[in-house]
Design a protein around this ligand. Structure first.
Ligand SMILES: NC(=O)c1ccc[n+]([C@@H]2O[C@H](COP(=O)([O-])OP(=O)(O)OC[C@H]3O[C@@H](n4cnc5c(N)ncnc54)[C@H](O)[C@@H]3O)[C@@H](O)[C@H]2O)c1
Length: 365
């Protein structure tokens, strides 16, 4: 039997709570083995062959608790498994540098510590924890707009030779300089900005591609997303949103035969509606022209749990990062990044990306 993959986690928010509680859900409901999982086995490992060995956060109520306690601390709101029924774990949540992690809208909900240690001291401490716990893969679920914190953790990964899965739109795998550093150091990176299992991006990309492949011309399109968790509250700060818009827009543009002018495409998180909680609503419209220049349009409304959406994908990203480590792949793992992430270093069609990803998985079997 393959050893468990030891994983470190940065940002113990709702997405991570969904990942951990989801794994527990499947453990308790083995009959649900197949529903909701893209790949049962990757590199000889199921979703149960993952162990979270340490976490890093800045919230006062999460630091010093165990991971399985932290996932229930406010403002997290995933509650698929009752807290008292979660298995106990010794894996602790440690201090991360705050840097640009906490935006103005979420400050009073996250209630961050004030770091008393310098960035260098925290880097040394984090590297020691990663080594002591044996973490092989580090997953970042930081808030949108955390450019400096993302770079801090990317550097920690490089220094400790830990594979990096970057679920947020602060560009590392898709940034030439950072990608080069990972390649030169022989460390795999999968990024950037995780797709949903059936999320707004994949639905929009697929329909845009369909319209383009069927010979029609898309003339205008928009995608509006609203939700009610801290992720959406944080994104009310337009300054933090620049890379998220680039990531989401490029993900759709890349599927079109002819790119749209900037004024003819709008793709973005658009507002915070508190009572929606972790439910994300997406409203999408495509306007186009078909045979004989006749107009058509498509409207879609998607209603989905955003956290289940993310967990269903990161569960593969973690196992693919381990495959890359075992196979000595350094730098961006292109197949996994293109299939699982919105802003990979190389965009592919989702069909080609799935094929390439499956080939990587088959080769590792
Ligand atoms: N389907 C999805 O949910 C989806 C898809 C793509 C990307 N993402 C991205 O994943 C990220 C996480 O989403 P979420 O809903 O879990 O967010 P969240 O707000 O619930 O959690 C963020 C966590 O990061 C912590 N944090 C803040 N600053 C930090 C720092 N400097 N160091 C360490 N931890 C810090 C917060 O305390 C909190 O625990 C967001 O950037 C989101 O946009 C999510």
């Amino acid at each position: 039997m393959a050893d468990k993959i030891k994983v470190a986690l940065v940002g113990i928010g709702n997405c991570f709570a969904g990942l951990v509680q989801g794994i527990e859900f499947y453990r308790r409901n083995p009959s649900q083995q197949v529903i909701g999982i893209i790949h049962d086995m990757i590199g000889g490992r199921s979703i149960h062959d993952i162990e979270f060995v340490c976490g890093f956060d800045v919230a006062k109520n999460k630091i010093g608790t165990t991971i399985n306690e932290a996932i229930y601390r406010e403002p997290n709101m995933v509650d698929w498994i009752d807290e008292k029924d979660m298995p106990r774990t010794d894996a602790l949540v440690h201090e991360s540098p705050v840097l640009d992690g906490v935006g103005i809208w979420v400050h009073n909900r996250i209630n961050p510590i004030e770091n008393t240690k310098s960035e260098e001291e925290l880097a040394e401490e984090s590297k020691r924890i990663i080594k002591e716990t044996g973490a092989e893969v580090l997953v970042s679920y930081l808030p949108v707009g955390s450019e400096r914190v993302t770079q801090f953790w990317a550097q920690v990964c490089l220094d400790t030779k830990t594979a990096f899965v970057n679920c947020i739109p602060s560009f590392i795998a898709s940034d030439e300089q950072w990608a080069k550093k990972f390649t030169e150091r022989g460390v795999p990176v999968i990024g950037d900005d995780i797709k949903g299992q059936v999320g707004a991006t994949i639905v929009h990309r697929t329909l845009a591609r369909l319209c383009s492949d069927r010979g029609t011309k898309i003339t205008k399109t928009y995608q509006i997303n609203v939700g009610g968790n801290t992720d959406f509250l944080n994104m009310k700060d337009q300054d933090r949103l620049v890379s998220k818009r680039v990531s989401k827009t490029e993900s759709v543009q890349s599927q079109l035969k002819e790119r749209l002018d900037d004024d003819d495409i709008y793709v973005g998180p658009s507002d915070f509606i508190p009572f929606l909680g972790n439910t994300k609503l997406m409203f999408m419209r495509i306007e186009g022209r078909q045979w004989a220049n006749t107009p058509y349009n498509i409207e879609v409304r998607l209603d989905v749990d955003d956290k289940a959406n993310s967990a269903g994908i990161v569960i593969d990203a973690i196992r693919l990062a381990k495959v890359a480590l075992d196979r000595g792949i350094g730098g961006p793992v292109h197949e996994a990044s293109a299939y699982l992430m919105k802003h990979p270093p190389r965009q592919m069609s989702d069909v080609d990306a799935r094929r390439a990803c499956d080939k990587l998985i088959e080769d590792a079997a």
